[in-house]
Design a protein around this ligand. Structure first.
Ligand code: GLN
Length: 507
């Protein structure tokens, strides 16, 4: 029997054996969205900015016809999915959570979206996010925050809180997120879902509206490691339209996840990162982390502690490099080409139209980063700020190289705390930035990472995540170790962690 709780792998099976149809399960998820996403009391999950029921059902019907004819396009043909609103979708609004793109309908699909369509996955809609992917709580969305299905008064993480909440609230079995400094993994940790940031260049960035080109990477948001692996196999691989796309054949991540699920970690050397623990980390998060490490030891892994001394500077370097790239990327929103256009009274000059449009169209966090980035890049300050940050970036890559010379994977808690209350950190940018302490190093160095749910970490019963990082190109390792941990927890918990989410009635 399929239900909204079925994993994508289960849906694949049910579609294959004829016990459900794509139309049936797409409708099931659309009904769920209608029930929980927007509610009369104003406390809906609000994971979606745009739902495309008609389009999704039409794609589902086509999938069913293909299946009847024996022309299935791949394992996930017919399984619905939600897409973060930072990826362009032909004919569907793409706002990046910003007023400045309100009403913009892209004329083309991002490569990731094109691959989903080509493989037959009905697209349910576009998910909410912090404006231009700047944030850790989805509260910076110009369209209002998303709520965490575990507790509707709490944040679902960010910037991809919409994708994570959609998957956690059973509104979609699969979603796509993007991760520039943690926006797939940190929402995964605080919503009890799985999130993967692939190796930089492993998934095409064509059509991903750039926050910071050298850091951005799209990836899977799911409820299980196997589902993430199947989705990664589908969206990944070389794309001639992205000049940073890696040209190589990738191993099957689905196979890596299946191999890991046997739970045998013998021969795997795991490094615990010294710098990503200690002060500022919630006690429960550290306790769950230690238990996860103990489980890996029990499964046969060898665990050592590894120091990555430059990681303590990662956050500072990131908040120079990211704003520098973002300030240049956002210059294209000039009131002439896309979306919003505010024309002041009188006979305004082009510059006045631009100024009025940006003033009305960009939120505070976006403006803050444009100012920061422009300053860091200005002549006279370039060497002192941007130049220094790039040097730190190199040191962080070297720390990873040195560490991976002696271990296969590195591990840490994904986020320092469980989900905080809506509003709690909104006026304190620094407190918000600290959420990504553990996830940012991977983006600076381009290495892959996964966050796997590892239990309930505070007195309110909120989830935490376990992060596994691997060398660039070795994404298969994060699936292998992630799946092993997940399998051991499944045995311990006797069912998915999400079954214990109290925030929503789940049927
Ligand atoms: N929270 C981080 C930031 O605000 C990461 C964002 C992201 O990964 N898109 O920049």
């Amino acid at each position: 029997m399929t239900s909204i709780r079925s994993t994508a792998a289960e849906l694949v099976q049910a579609l294959a054996d004829g016990s459900t149809t794509s139309v049936e399960l797409t409708q099931l998820h659309l009904d769920r969205i209608a029930a929980v996403d927007t509610t009369a009391d104003g406390r809906g999950v609000h994971a979606f900015l745009h739902v495309d029921g008609e389009g999704a059902l039409a794609q589902a019907a086509e999938s069913d016809v293909r299946r009847a004819r024996g022309e299935v396009r791949g394992p996930l043909d017919g399984v619905p999915i939600a897409v973060k609103d930072v990826l362009t979708t032909r004919g569907l609004p793409t706002t990046c959570g910003s007023k400045i793109l309100e009403g913009w309908i892209p004329p083309y699909d991002a490569t990731v979206v094109a691959r989903l369509r080509a493989a037959g996955l009905p697209i349910l809609g576009k998910t909410n996010m912090d404006e231009f992917a700047m944030g850790s709580s989805t509260e910076h969305s110009a369209y209002g925050p998303t709520r965490n299905p575990w507790d509707l008064d709490r944040i679902p993480g960010g910037s991809g809180g919409g994708s994570a909440a959609a998957v956690a609230a059973f509104e979609a079995p699969l979603a796509i997120g993007t991760d520039t400094g943690g926006s797939i993994r940190q929402p995964g940790a605080v919503t009890g879902t799985v999130g993967v940031k692939p190796t930089y260049g492993g998934v095409s960035r064509y059509g991903l509206v750039a926050l910071a080109n050298s850091l951005d990477q799209a990836g899977p948001v799911t409820r299980t490691v196997l589902d993430a692996a199947m989705l990664h196999d589908l969206i990944g691989g070389h794309d001639p339209r992205d000049s940073t796309s890696i040209q190589q054949a990738w191993p099957s991540f689905t196979e890596a996840a299946k191999a890991g699920a046997t739970g045998d970690m013998s021969g795997v050397k795991v490094g615990v990162i010294t710098e990503l623990a200690g002060e500022g980390w919630q006690a429960g998060v550290m306790a769950r982390f230690q238990e996860s490490v103990d489980l890996l030891v029990k499964a046969g892994a060898e665990v050592v502690e590894v120091s990555c001394p430059s990681f303590v500077h990662a956050l500072a370097a990131y908040y120079l490099i990211l704003p520098a790239e973002a300030s240049s990327n956002l210059a294209k929103f000039d009131a002439m080409r896309y979306g919003l256009r505010v024309v002041p009274d009188g006979d305004p000059s082009a510059e006045e139209v631009m100024r009025a449009t940006r003033d009305a169209g960009f939120g505070d966090e976006v403006k803050r980063r444009i100012i920061l980035g422009t300053y860091a890049l200005s002549s006279g300050y370039y060497d002192a700020y941007y130049g220094q940050a790039q040097k730190i970036r190199t040191l962080i890559s070297r720390d990873f190289e040195a560490a991976f010379a002696s271990v296969d994977v590195l591990v840490s808690p994904t986020a320092p705390t469980t989900a905080f209350k809506l509003g709690e950190k909104l006026d304190d940018p620094m407190a918000m930035y600290l959420n990504d302490l553990a996830t940012i190093p991977a983006n600076l160095a381009g290495v892959p990472g996964i966050s796997v749910p590892n239990g309930l970490a505070d007195e309110d019963g909120l989830p935490s995540g376990f992060q596994v990082l691997a060398p660039a190109l070795a994404d298969d390792r994060v699936y292998r170790v992630g799946a092993a941990l997940e399998a051991m927890y499944a045995e311990q918990w006797g069912g998915p962690l999400l079954d214990r989410a109290p925030g929503l009635e789940t049927e």
